[in-house]
Design a protein around this ligand. Structure first.
Ligand SMILES: [Fe+2]
Length: 256
């Protein structure tokens, strides 16, 4: 693969296309009041996903920028009460700023067709089908790359300062793991406990979040061997606002 297809639909399997056609049992899955998260494989072609991961390895890896938020030392040394610890959002991952036109990563993402595919109508239609709700016509896109030891600490992705997002929004992630990845997990909260865990070291797996919801991503672990250093999990992201702001429900009601 030298380029991404023009439409996200072209990466889909027959099961993935059924979602677009409105005939999949997953249609509207995230509209169920108690379901805030889903992880599915078999919707995106694994073969196409593997080719896409290799294309990103070749074309974009060198242009990705490190994003690091460490645990601040004060969170321990300036604590004054036992059990009073508070952890801000922590992460280590690489990202491409796809909104900044001057960045080389922006131009490269355009050249290989990734931007166009993430902006394609079928990508939004796929998200809308899972959401079971109408989405706004403009959406955010992002590219992440997790290497060995990269992770995202517990956070909830709530944006109370943004009127359009403060009552919730939808994130759609497509995982493109290379062969060197042994495991990476996504842990999310149900009824106030970090009690659910799903494998995200997939090649073509979809995760969709009806945010906000507490979650974290465990450090990527590579298989031993010569390829350990280059083990990577790419994530294609879309962030979608709802056309009508939803009635805000509590964050602890997921059953998924
Ligand atoms: Fe998140």
């Amino acid at each position: 693969m030298d380029r991404f297809p023009a439409e996200f639909e072209d990466l889909l399997t027959a099961a993935g296309r059924r979602l677009l056609a409105g005939t999949s049992p997953l249609c509207g899955a995230l509209a169920e009041p108690r379901r805030r998260f889903l992880a599915e494989t078999g919707l995106v072609s694994e073969r196409a996903a593997r080719a896409a991961a290799r294309l990103l390895d070749r074309a974009l890896y060198e242009l990705m920028e490190p994003l690091e938020h460490r645990i601040p030392a004060e969170t321990i040394w300036e604590m004054t009460r036992n059990y009073g610890e508070l952890l801000p959002k922590t992460a280590r991952v690489r990202t491409a700023y796809l909104e900044r036109r001057r960045e080389r990563a922006y131009r490269c993402a355009e050249e290989i067709g990734m931007t166009a595919m993430l902006r394609s109508p079928s990508f939004a239609a796929f998200a809308a089908a899972l959401a079971g709700r109408a989405l706004r016509q403009r959406w955010g896109i992002q590219l992440l790359c997790y290497g060995p030891g990269d992770y995202a600490g517990p956070h909830n992705d709530h944006h109370p300062e943004e009127p359009a997002a403060r009552r919730g929004y939808l994130d759609l992630h497509v995982s493109l793991s290379g062969r060197g990845v042994a495991h990476q997990w996504l842990v999310y909260a149900v009824q106030g406990h970090f009690s659910r865990i799903v494998d995200v070291a997939t090649t073509g797996g979809i995760t969709a979040y009806r945010l906000p919801i507490w979650h974290y991503t465990t450090p990527l672990v590579a298989h031993d061997g010569a390829r350990a250093e280059t083990a990577r999990r790419w994530v294609l992201l879309g962030t979608f606002l709802y056309r009508q702001p939803p009635v805000f429900t509590t964050v602890n009601d997921s059953k998924a």
